[in-house]
Design a protein around this ligand. Structure first.
Ligand SMILES: NC(=O)C1=CN([C@@H]2O[C@H](COP(=O)(O)OP(=O)(O)OC[C@H]3O[C@@H](n4cnc5c(N)ncnc54)[C@H](O)[C@@H]3O)[C@@H](O)[C@H]2O)C=CC1
Ligand SMILES: O=C(O)C1=N[C@H](C(=O)O)C[C@H](O)C1
Length: 267
């Protein structure tokens, strides 16, 4: 039985991950964490998952919860995730990180911290999005330089980072396939007399509102035709099931940073 602890247990994803652990064979919830001062600390973690009481209280004691698990699943914020990675490395425990909004410097630090423990770090745990990542590289290469690339994502109004981690990864996949540097060609802002579109840029546009779970479209726009690759998330449950699948996989993985392409065998 793999013992999984969940950090961000009082959050939108935390509740769905606890529900997914509850329905998955071979895993059990060993602990639940949220930030000190959160009103749900001390309450049973099953309530946020819609399960009723399951006998695991939400704690704010990171060291104790990590010591008692085999794998920590963490859906919080980049800063919290880096701290969790550091504590998992101290305790030699594996980690799955779903938080998004990492800077390039934070990503480098995460790789450093994960040198001695296995870590799955992925901006999107759904099978559908990860298949999109895989085919996007081929689509970009086949359509080539004659097609302009624009990426549009839409999420709920509570989302804190922009563009989404998924949109950034899509931009990186396309840029790599076309031999471009995402950090140089991503264009996040057009306003006023901003001039004609450059050939190389990848436009990154963001919509926020209501309760949209998550939608991503990559447009390949040519002269006289365009191709659109869209993924729409209907619920958070495939992200949470994906994170539990990643936890089972990472429990026996070698140290280093992995992502869902590794977990799903899509490399
Ligand atoms: N990789 C994926 O498939 C997905 C990633 N995400 C990402 O997961 C993250 C969380 O998303 P949501 O659940 O919607 O956010 P949320 O705001 O509902 O939940 C985050 C939780 O983390 C807790 N938290 C904050 N500081 C903490 C600390 N120091 N220690 C422990 N807990 C702490 C908050 O109190 C909150 O309960 C975001 O970065 C989001 O973009 C969301 C969905 C899917
Ligand atoms: O914050 C969210 O909700 C989501 N975040 C992830 C991202 O930033 O890509 C994945 C998903 O789209 C939901």
């Amino acid at each position: 039985m793999i013992k999984i602890a969940v950090c961000g247990a009082a959050g939108r994803m935390g509740g769905r991950i606890i529900a997914a652990i509850n329905e998955t064979e071979g895993v059990e919830l060993s602990g639940a964490l949220d930030r000190p001062g959160h009103p749900m600390v001390g309450q049973d973690a099953g309530y946020n998952a819609g399960l009723g009481a399951i006998g695991v209280p939400i704690s704010d004691d990171l060291n104790a919860v990590v010591a008692g698990c085999d794998v920590l699943i963490d859906f919080t914020t980049p800063k919290v995730s880096l701290k969790n990675l550091e504590v998992c490395a101290l305790h030699k425990k594996a980690i799955v990180i779903g938080s998004t909004g990492f800077t390039p410097e934070e990503r480098a630090l995460a790789a450093e911290l994960a040198r001695e423990i296995p870590a799955v770090i992925a901006p999107n745990m759904s099978v559908g999005v990860n298949v999109c990542f895989k085919v996007l590289a081929d689509v970009a290469k086949i359509l080539g330089e004659d097609f302009d690339v624009e990426i549009v994502e839409a999420h709920h109004k509570m989302k804190k980072d922009s563009p989404s981690g998924t949109a950034v990864r899509m931009g990186e996949v396309v840029a790599n396939a076309l031999g471009r540097d995402y950090n140089k060609v991503a264009n996040f802002h057009r306003e006023g007399i901003c001039g004609e579109r450059t050939h190389e840029e990848i436009g990154m546009q963001t919509i926020r509102g209501g309760d949209i779970v998550g939608e991503h479209t990559v447009y390949f726009i040519g002269m006289g035709e365009r191709v659109e690759l869209t993924h729409r998330a209907h619920t958070r449950d495939m992200f949470s099931r994906g994170s539990v699948r990643a936890a089972k996989w990472v429990a026996t993985a070698k140290p280093g940073v992995w992502d869902m392409q590794d977990v799903l065998g899509l490399r």
